[in-house]
Design a protein around this ligand. Structure first.
Ligand SMILES: [Fe+2]
Ligand SMILES: [Fe+2]
Length: 202
C-alpha cells in the first residue's frame, strides 16, 4: 500500500467520521489550490490529509506527548489555548508514525491553527483549505472560497480577521504567531498593490 492509502486507512479507523471527512475535504481542496497556484499538489494533498491527525487527542495527553515524547515545550499563549496544540503535536506525530520528514509539509501542519509570518505557499494553502473545504458552512464561506482562488493572501487576511474578531468577542488571547501572520500578509498585499499601481502608471 502506498503512503496515502496507508494514512487514509488509519485516519478512517482513528478519527470520528466527521473529522475523517473534514481531513479528506482539506486534502482535496489543498490539492486543487496547489494546482491553481502552481504548488506541489501531492504535498498539498498529503499535508491536508494529516493536518488534524492529533486533533482528537485529549488536552492532558497532548501536553504529555509534546513534552515527554517530543521535547516540545509550548509557549505561554498556546498553553492558554491548548486547542492550538494539536497542530504542533500532529507535525511531530506524523513524522514519527509515517516517516514524513519534508520540512515544508511539517511546517504547514504545525502552523495550520495560528498561521505565522513568512508562510510558504503550501502553508497558506493548508491554512485556507481548512476554512473552505466542502464540509464547512458559515455565512461567508462562499465569499472566502471565491477569494481563495483569486488572491490567497486576501483570503488569509479575511480568514485571520474573522478568527481574531471571534477571539476578541470571547475575550480570549490571540497567539502572537497569528498577529505576525496578519501583519505579514497585510505588508504582502500592500506591496502587491504598490507594484500593480507602478505597472499601471507605465
Ligand atoms: Fe486543526
Ligand atoms: Fe482542520
Amino acid at each position: 500500500m502506498d503512503l496515502i492509502a496507508t494514512i487514509t486507512v488509519e485516519l478512517q479507523e482513528k478519527l470520528s467520521p466527521k473529522r475523517y471527512q473534514h481531513s479528506l475535504g482539506v486534502a482535496k481542496t489543498a490539492e486543487s489550490l496547489a494546482k491553481h497556484y502552481g504548488a506541489d499538489a501531492q504535498k498539498a494533498y498529503l499535508a491536508g490529509l494529516v493536518h488534524d491527525y492529533a486533533k482528537e487527542i485529549p488536552t492532558e495527553e497532548t501536553l504529555l506527548l509534546l513534552r515527554e515524547k517530543y521535547a516540545f515545550f509550548p509557549d505561554a499563549m498556546a498553553l492558554r489555548r491548548p486547542r492550538l496544540l494539536h497542530a504542533p503535536l500532529g507535525a511531530c506525530m506524523v513524522q514519527h508514525r509515517f516517516g514524513i520528514y519534508d520540512p515544508e509539509v511539517l511546517d504547514a501542519i504545525r502552523y495550520h491553527t495560528t498561521g505565522k509570518a513568512n508562510m510558504s505557499l503550501l502553508a497558506k494553502i493548508i491554512y485556507i483549505a481548512d476554512f473552505i473545504e466542502p464540509n464547512r458552512s458559515y455565512p461567508d464561506v462562499e465569499k472566502l472560497r471565491k477569494m481563495a482562488y483569486e488572491d490567497i493572501d486576501k483570503a488569509i487576511l479575511f480568514a485571520i480577521d474573522y478568527t481574531i474578531r471571534t477571539l476578541m468577542d470571547q475575550q480570549m488571547v490571540i497567539h502572537p504567531d497569528t498577529m505576525h501572520c496578519r501583519n505579514d500578509v497585510v505588508v504582502t498585499l500592500e506591496e502587491k498593490l504598490a507594484k500593480q499601481e507602478k505597472k499601471d502608471e507605465n
